[in-house]
Design a protein around this ligand. Structure first.
Ligand code: HEM
Length: 318
């Protein structure tokens, strides 16, 4: 299992030591979503393996999404070349494009807008060059519907499971507890409706993973029992803080919301490299309500993880 080695690139999620939903949405200052990490090659290798071995679980689309997939392909290619000119290049001769990934030494020659010139659908094709998950939420009837997605790092999510669902249906299992009685699902949907082209937003979501990169409903029979192998002795190595940096783009031509996920992992043992991160994580994990731990799927190994952190914290005091 790979982990983030450049801590400056790790989107650490906590700013305070108590548990609460992180609904905080911010306007993106750097609107470019391409991020090359030191783990890039490992991430892409694993992502492609997952796409190849479980293509229907990892990628789904409706036939009418083809035009929006090309629109997204164009945006991602332009962003990659703009941010990492040494790693990516593109030549556009009308619709005849040559996209080069110099990190992997790969050259893609295709006709823009012509699916027969590429080996996979446009989003599935270009998504294989970036470690992110990509989901298209199509705007219809004042709601958003998942009509296309490439998802390899899923947490309780898969393109196969969620395809066709509305934003409201996807969030139905989330225990959106609100002390003020505000309907958070409706409030967030209203926010999504207000996103303008060229002004993307971001938020951070987090979870814990027990020696695992993705958890989705299709493979719960495998990862479900594996969660019980965590002990206070091995939690530092096995349990990872899994952080999703989420970005929301309104696509100007198709009006779809493109949801981009940058998922990074940090084993609990590496928290000690930043004392503030260790303290905040220890404090938040002690504060998680039981229902929330159940919902997040971490109830079977949360106490052992807290015990691991406690032992270190107490050891440091002696
Ligand atoms: C439009 C794109 C979005 C998609 C596709 C999406 C997808 C998801 C999925 C698949 C889950 C897990 C659901 C489950 O338990 O089965 C989830 C959880 C959640 N979502 Fe979203 N989401 C989107 C936007 C948002 C936005 C804009 C917010 C907040 C401002 C948000 C807040 C949350 C929260 C708080 C959870 C619970 C996560 C946890 O605490 O572990 N989502 N979302």
């Amino acid at each position: 299992m790979f982990k983030s080695t450049n801590l400056d690139q790790f989107p650490f999620p906590f700013t305070e030591g108590s548990y609460r939903y992180s609904n905080d949405l911010k306007k993106l200052t750097d609107i470019n979503c391409i991020e090359i990490t030191p783990e890039y090659k490992d991430q892409i290798k694993r992502k492609r393996e997952m796409l190849d071995t479980e293509p229907d679980v990892r990628f789904q689309s409706f036939p009418h999404t083809m035009e929006m997939q090309w629109e997204i392909l164009e945006m991602l290619v332009d962003m990659a070349v703009d941010k990492y000119p040494n790693d990516f290049s593109v030549q556009k001769d009308g619709d005849n494009w040559v996209f080069e990934n110099h990190i992997l030494n790969e050259k893609e020659t295709f006709v823009f807008g012509d699916e027969s010139s590429i080996p996979h659908e446009p989003l599935d094709f270009i998504g294989r060059h970036f470690h992110n998950d990509f989901i298209c939420m199509v705007h219809r009837d004042d709601n958003f519907f998942l009509e296309c997605g490439q998802v390899a790092y899923a947490a309780l999510f898969s393109a196969h499971w969620n395809v066709g669902m509305s934003y409201d249906e996807i969030h139905a299992p989330v225990p959106f507890v609100s002390r003020t009685g505000v309907d958070l699902i409706a409030r967030i949907r209203k926010f999504l409706l207000s996103i303008n082209p060229g002004e993307p937003w971001t938020r951070i979501n987090w979870n814990l993973m027990a020696d695992r990169w993705d958890v989705n409903y299709e493979t719960m029979d495998i990862w479900g029992p594996e969660r019980y192998k965590v002990t206070p002795e091995n939690a530092g190595e096995l349990v990872h803080l899994r952080v999703e940096e989420q970005k929301f783009y309104r696509m100007p031509r198709s009006n779809t919301i493109l949801f981009v996920l940058n998922t990074q992992f940090l084993p609990l043992e590496d928290l000690q490299k930043r004392q503030e991160w260790f303290d905040l994580t220890y404090s938040v994990l002690q504060d998680i309500p039981e229902a929330m731990a159940e919902y997040k799927g971490i109830a079977p190994f949360l106490p052992q993880s807290v015990e691991y952190l406690k032992n270190i914290a107490e050891g440091a005091k002696q």
